[in-house]
Design a protein around this ligand. Structure first.
Ligand code: SF4
Length: 208
C-alpha cells in the first residue's frame, strides 16, 4: 500500500481535472438514486435525456411507485436494459415507501439492499447525494487504479477496499471522479495514451 503515491496521483489529477464531478442531472437524493440505477451500461447523456422527461412529471418515490411498469418502461426506453431497470426503479420506490418513509437511507448497508443498487451505486449516492464518504468503483476506476499500480485486484470490490485503505475518507468521492475523468480522457480502455500522460513517471503501467 502506498499512501504517498495515491496522494501524489490525486493531487496531479485534481490539477488536471478541476471540474471533475458527476454529469448526472438530479435535484434530490432520490432522483440521483434513480439516475445512478439507469446509468449502468448507458452514458450519462442518455440518462439525462430520459430523466429530464421522467423527473419533470414523476420525481418522488410515491409518484414512481404509482406508475405501471409499462408506463415507466416507455419513459426510460432510451437507456440500455430498460426493462430490468424499470422493474428495479419501481421496486426500490416501493421499498423506500415501505421501509424508509419515502426517504433514501444514508447507510451503505441499507442502500445496497435496494433493488438494482450495487456497491458502486451505493457509494455514489453516499458521496454525491449526501456528501458522505463513498468511493464507487466502476470500470474506469478499476482499470486506471490497476494500471497505476495503486491496486492489484481482479474484482471491483477488491479495488474498492484497496483504494479506501490508502486514500483519506474525505477524498474518496473526489478520487472516484478524478479516476473516471482520467480513464475517459487519457487512460482509455483500448488505447491508453501513456506518452502524453502526466502520471507516466509514477505509473506502474500494468496494462493487460
Ligand atoms: S501512464 Fe498509461 S497506463 Fe499509466 S495512467 Fe497514464 S495512460 Fe494509464
Amino acid at each position: 500500500m502506498n499512501r504517498n503515491k495515491a496522494k501524489k496521483i490525486l493531487d496531479i489529477l485534481q490539477e488536471t481535472y478541476p471540474e471533475a464531478g458527476t454529469r448526472l442531472s438530479f435535484q434530490s437524493p432520490f432522483q440521483l438514486l434513480v439516475a445512478v440505477v439507469l446509468s449502468a451500461q448507458s452514458t450519462d447523456e442518455q440518462v439525462n435525456q430520459v430523466t429530464a422527461k421522467l423527473f419533470s412529471k414523476y420525481s418522488t418515490p410515491q409518484e414512481m411507485a404509482a406508475l405501471s411498469l409499462e408506463e415507466l418502461q416507455e419513459f426510460i426506453r432510451g437507456v440500455g436494459l430498460f426493462r430490468n431497470k424499470a422493474r428495479h426503479i419501481k421496486a426500490l420506490s416501493e421499498m423506500l415507501l415501505e421501509r424508509y418513509g419515502g426517504e433514501v437511507p444514508r447507510r451503505f448497508e441499507e442502500l445496497i439492499k435496494l433493488p438494482g443498487v450495487g456497491r458502486k451505486s451505493a457509494n455514489v449516492v453516499l458521496a454525491v447525494g449526501f456528501g458522505m464518504p463513498g468511493l464507487g468503483v466502476d470500470t474506469h476506476v478499476h482499470r486506471v487504479s490497476n494500471r497505476l499500480g495503486l491496486v492489484d485486484a481482479k474484482q471491483t470490490h477488491q479495488t474498492e477496499a484497496a483504494l479506501k485503505a490508502q486514500i483519506p475518507r474525505k477524498r474518496w468521492g473526489q478520487a472516484h471522479h478524478l479516476l473516471i475523468s482520467h480513464g475517459r480522457a487519457v487512460c482509455k480502455a483500448r488505447s491508453p495514451q501513456c506518452s502524453s500522460c502526466l502520471l507516466e513517471s509514477i505509473c506502474s503501467k500494468n496494462i493487460k
